[in-house]
Design a protein around this ligand. Sequence first.
Ligand SMILES: Nc1ncnc2c1ncn2[C@@H]1O[C@H](COP(=O)(O)OP(=O)(O)OP(=O)(O)O)[C@@H](O)[C@H]1O
Ligand SMILES: [Mg+2]
Length: 253
Amino acid sequence: MSEDKRTILRIEDLHKRFGDNEVLKGVSLSLNKGENKVIIGPSGTGKSTLLNNINRLVPPDEGKIYLDGEEITADNINKMRQEIGFVFQDFGLFNHLTALGNVRVGLLKVKKMNKKDANDLAMKELQRVGLEENADQYPAELSGGQKQRVGIARALAMQPKLILFDEPTSALDPELIGEVLNVMKNLAQEGMTMLVVTHEMGFARTVSDEIIFMEHGHIVEQGPPKQLFNNPEVERTREFLFKLTELYGEGDE
Ligand SMILES: Nc1ncnc2c1ncn2[C@@H]1O[C@H](COP(=O)(O)OP(=O)(O)OP(=O)(O)O)[C@@H](O)[C@H]1O
Ligand SMILES: [Mg+2]
């Protein structure tokens, strides 16, 4: 297998239930190096649970998850979490740390880097998301879009093999969404491997390699955006995409 075709994430027959509510009913998917896949689906369908199963914020009941060929288990999860970036809807920043502090903390505490190297790398990642001027500001002094870009810089600084995004723009005012999507688009173009839960159809259509439509704990249909938008195999996919586009627009691109 060539380096480019390396499978970074493979999920096999994942099941998760909360009490008698079966939320994931056998989900399988995979992501090659540099691929960008978008997950869409109605509320309560298990999208967040799926992402949370990957880094075991919520451990799965059944099924296997492999990162770059190695199974993710309760035993190796601390090591694996260093390789999996996670960007949350509500940013998840430390309020008592500056932007630079938030990006640096994992490098110091987890990667045990020395202060100078951690600073340099954290500044480099803040530059990458356009925030070098804001390094010394605290979250309370940043806009939502800036906070989310700090969240992305923090994920990038760990040099992960994969970044998971759970509705990264849905807490943002409409005029701030574009700046975050632009950063994500650049990452995709630079070859970052990304699994993104989002309603942003412009991003899904123009940036993703594949859209995965989930409902009631199953993958209903997955395929390249063109296929899902123009020629879906399942009528339900057409209905849902129509509804999303009606609700959220077609996006800017
Ligand atoms: N910790 C939990 N305990 C019990 N039930 C939970 C827990 N987390 C999620 N659920 C349930 O699992 C189902 C799927 O939730 P999940 O958050 O994965 O959906 P989602 O597709 O991300 O929805 P949304 O689009 O609203 O974010 C829901 O019925 C939810 O109530
Ligand atoms: Mg969710």
